[in-house]
Design a protein around this ligand. Structure first.
Ligand SMILES: CC(C)(COP(=O)(O)OP(=O)(O)OC[C@H]1O[C@@H](n2cnc3c(N)ncnc32)[C@H](O)[C@@H]1OP(=O)(O)O)[C@@H](O)C(=O)NCCC(=O)NCCS
Length: 196
């Protein structure tokens, strides 16, 4: 599991290693249909690009600008997806949350559990004031995750991101440290995930 791992019930989060590359590539390939409509990075994926992303995530962690974690199954270390706090600013005390989960493991609470853990990490370990998240208006499962965590909807940004030539509207949300702290018990319950 490693020293920097964060336990999350039956899964754990830990920084990516270059030795994860093969199983990450396999997970991405298996998840293509569900990643394609919503993951802006999907079109650029290649083994080389993913290796560079892993190295970049290690540098960004040292620079404390991005905290990227893989989500792994506790029993055997199977890679289940990614979670991260991105564009972290300690000056403004804010970050943006991002996540994805491997096809075959959806609707089991994995994104919710990993996100709940990241919100507590953002407040307890990084001392941030606010976490943002955004999602395409068509991404109903991501919106369900965001609702369960207690984010507040800020509004709809029009033609916010171009994906494969189509400009997509996105909903933006935020949650304050005070709101995260108030929800600590609920977030703790959410992150102690039981995988069937
Ligand atoms: C979005 C995503 C991360 C969700 O991961 P997950 O582990 O399945 O999420 P959870 O199991 O924690 O929660 C999913 C919720 O969405 C709900 N849901 C799933 N499909 C849905 C749909 N079509 N309409 C409404 N709700 C839906 C589930 O019922 C569940 O809510 P519930 O627990 O209240 O029932 C995953 O689908 C994914 O990786 N998608 C592709 C990449 C992506 O969209 N990333 C997010 C970009 S913002």
């Amino acid at each position: 599991m490693g020293a920097q791992a964060i336990q999350c019930g039956d899964v754990y989060l830990r920084p990516l290693r270059i030795t994860d590359l093969a199983q990450i590539m396999k997970a991405i390939a298996q998840s293509a249909d569900e990643l394609k409509p919503f993951a802006k990075w999907f079109d650029c994926v290649s083994e080389e690009a993913e290796a560079e992303f892993i190295r970049l995530s290690q540098r960004q962690r040292r620079m404390r600008t991005d905290f990227v974690y893989g989500v792994f199954r506790g029993t055997d270390g199977l890679y289940l997806g990614g979670i991260g706090l991105h564009d972290v600013s300690f000056k403004h005390r804010r970050a943006e949350l991002g996540y994805w989960v491997r096809t075959g493991f959806h609707r089991r609470g994995i994104a919710t559990a990993a996100s709940a853990r990241m919100l507590l990490y953002a407040v307890d370990d990084l001392d941030l004031n606010v976490v943002f998240v955004r999602t395409a208006v068509a991404n109903k499962s991501s919106q369900a995750v965001i609702r369960k965590l207690g984010f507040r909807e800020i509004g709809r940004a029009r033609k916010d991101l171009v994906l494969r030539g189509r400009a997509l509207d996105h909903f933006y949300y935020d949650i304050l440290a005070t709101e995260i702290k108030r929800r600590t018990k609920r977030l703790e319950r959410l992150y102690r995930l039981k995988l069937d």
